[in-house]
Design a protein around this ligand. Structure first.
Ligand SMILES: Cc1cc2nc3c(=O)[nH]c(=O)nc-3n(C[C@H](O)[C@H](O)[C@H](O)COP(=O)(O)OP(=O)(O)OC[C@H]3O[C@@H](n4cnc5c(N)ncnc54)[C@H](O)[C@@H]3O)c2cc1C
Length: 380
């Protein structure tokens, strides 16, 4: 489908980024999946080429490209030439904006330049063993001790959890009010900050997903983001963009699964003809092709709205819900049409299938997305 969303300059950016991925990333992805982690140097390499925190001010070393389409382009190219376990998007566009949007001038000047160069890798820790969808249920606690906060608790399933130098940790700051949450900047080396296992997962094999422990960690006051009681509010502000990012990635991954499947069924033969000649194959792929184009148009619309500051929570929830469910259907049909090959790790569709299963769960599950959309339908 031809898209009119991007400028000439952005097409050039896409070409440059694709070349970078083909040279510096694609040859290594298999090794990263084997290792269960992306080497830290890769973040530096991304930084050297200007591909981290593209939105950051030039004063902090960034390119000042606030236009969301640059991130969209990178995610679309990643779907073909990178591995979704290389989670630089989390670093650049999910975590760093907390510092960029809520941090004070001193925090920005101190922290952002090394995030831009990739010397500092970022993670965000909200989920706990007993609380995921329900953030108000977290138990990690921060106690005000005058010149510092004392942080205790544990987090789990944290992306970039092993590589991260800075983790933005959500913790309760008022025992009498469960909605009083603070966002604390916890740095590598702080006493009492420990990492657990790099968790073994169904998919996203190259991504380090870890447990984190905070045993009476002294977090200096200058490492609190904004108001120590307003973390809930700050988390909510970032959610629409987070879900749009998710949707961009899912529709890109689904498109990739479509291409991979199309190529396979044209080649593979049974009963004297190509699998693509069976009406079942043609109809299933035709339906998915139509659905993918519809989803892409809506996601592109959301990107435009986001650039204009008009993306609402329910629009982003719709994009996340529909694209993650579509990705799930696409990879399932993809594996089916590959036959036994689809179950083999050496075929890309197998990886796309296992990677896709988390899309309906994290960044807000499909059930939570339906809750948000239902509120806009009935309670607005
Ligand atoms: C690979 C991976 C990476 C992750 N990265 C991070 C990260 O970097 N940082 C981080 O903080 N977290 C991260 N997470 C955690 C992720 O955000 C949570 O797993 C997710 O929010 C769901 O929470 P949960 O696992 O506790 O499930 P639960 O909240 O226990 O949900 C279980 C089931 O109940 C359903 N449910 C819950 N509430 C409702 C409701 N009100 N109505 C209907 N159904 C409901 C859910 O949809 C789900 O189907 C990651 C998880 C994974 C697997």
């Amino acid at each position: 489908m031809e898209r009119t969303l991007f400028t000439e300059e952005q097409h050039i950016f896409r070409e440059q980024y694709r070349k970078f991925l083909q040279k510096e990333v694609q040859p290594h992805t298999e090794a990263w999946r084997e290792a269960g982690i992306v080497p830290r140097e890769m973040f530096k390499k991304m930084g050297e080429h200007g591909f981290l925190l593209t939105w950051a001010d030039e004063a902090h070393g960034g390119l000042g490209l606030e236009d969301f389409r640059y991130q969209q382009i990178m995610m679309e190219e990643d779907a073909t030439y990178s591995d979704s376990g290389f989670y630089h998007t989390l670093h650049s566009r999910l975590v760093a904006p907390y510092i960029g949007n809520i941090g004070n001038a001193e925090q920005k000047a101190r922290l952002l330049p090394k995030c831009v160069t990739g010397e500092t890798i970022l993670a965000v820790a909200m989920t706990e063993p007993d609380a995921g969808s329900d953030i108000a249920g977290i138990k990690t606690r921060a106690v005000d001790n005058g010149d510092h906060w004392e942080l205790s608790g544990s987090k789990t399933y944290i992306s970039n959890g092993i590589n991260a130098d800075i983790v933005i940790v959500a913790a309760k700051t008022n025992p009498d009010n469960p909605r009083h949450i603070g966002l604390f900047i916890v740095e590598r080396g702080m006493e009492g900050f420990e990492r657990g296992r790099n968790l073994k997962k169904m998919g996203l094999k190259a991504q380090d997903t870890a447990e984190l422990f905070f045993n009476n960690v002294r977090v200096p006051k200058e490492n609190v983001l904004g108001d120590a009681h307003k973390g809930f509010h700050y988390l909510m502000i970032g959610l629409a963009e987070e879900r749009l990012l998710a949707a961009v990635g899912y529709v890109a991954a689904a498109n990739r699964a479509f291409v991979v499947t199309k190529e396979f069924v044209k080649d593979r033969k049974a009963f004297g003809k190509a699998i693509s000649d069976f009406q079942n194959t043609r109809f299933q792929m035709a339906t998915l092709s139509a659905e993918l184009d519809m989803a892409q148009v809506y996601v592109d619309h959301c990107v435009v709205m986001h650039n204009e500051g008009k993306l609402t929570l329910d629009m982003a929830a719709k994009a996340k819900l529909v694209t993650s469910e579509l990705e799930g259907r696409m990879v399932d049909v993809g594996v089916q049409l590959h036959g036994g090959a689809g179950y083999m790790e050496e075929y890309e569709i197998c990886r796309l299938y296992t990677n896709a299963r988390i899309s309906r769960i994290y960044a807000g599950s499909s059930e939570i997305m339906r809750e948000i959309i239902a509120r806009s339908v009935f309670d607005a």
